[in-house]
Design a protein around this ligand. Sequence first.
Ligand code: GDS
Length: 208
Amino acid sequence: VGPYTITYFGVRGRCGAMRIMMADQGQEWKEIVVDFADWMKGDLKATCVFGQLPKLEDGGFALYQSNAILRHLGRNHDAYGKDGKEAALIDMMCDGVEDLRLKYVKMIYQEYDTGKDVYIKDLPNHLDKFEAVMAKNKTGFLVGDKPSFADYSLFEVLLNHLVLCSSCLDTFPSLKSFVEKMSARPKIKTFLDSEAYKKLPINGNGKQ
Ligand code: GDS
């Protein structure tokens, strides 16, 4: 596999989870950072299948859509379950994380000032679903006994939510322990402590 290249704007955004996943898998990658003013010229946009970034290149193979990229990495790095049923459950959890991520992105980009408090108040009604799955599986991961791409996606979305509301996991012990254990995995810790990670804002509009 690889070499991998991510083309994206200078934010964590929709590349947060894939970067953490590659770091944890010991996989190196290159970054092409696109300046928004350059993007507005339209040449790169015209080459993108859906007119958007991120793009992942795996050798000569180009892929768009952040969750398709996570799945591709899951296949390449044996992080997609041990059989078809585990893979299906991992897909289900990834889609569940995507639903939460979309609500978050909508709040951040469209209604941060008016919607943030309501969003935080409603958050337990979304987090409790992940808490229940995590508590039931007992391995410290959503499905099976090692991290899948859905775990990296959940982990990253939870990190963002902890910035939004530092107490949001206080009533969810399994999720809290998940975040602590994922953060302590040596390669993830090194990545989260790196300047390359810390210098990037979470979102493109500076809200978090
Ligand atoms: N489903 C895709 C994925 O998962 O990969 C979403 C990819 C995506 O949204 N990419 C954005 C992009 O390329 C950058 S993420 N934008 C440039 C463009 O469209 O020309 N996305 C919805 C989502 O994440 O599901 C957004 O809300 C993004 N916002 C978040 S940044 C607009 C503006 O300036 O208001 N022209 C661009 C805002 C925007 O893209």
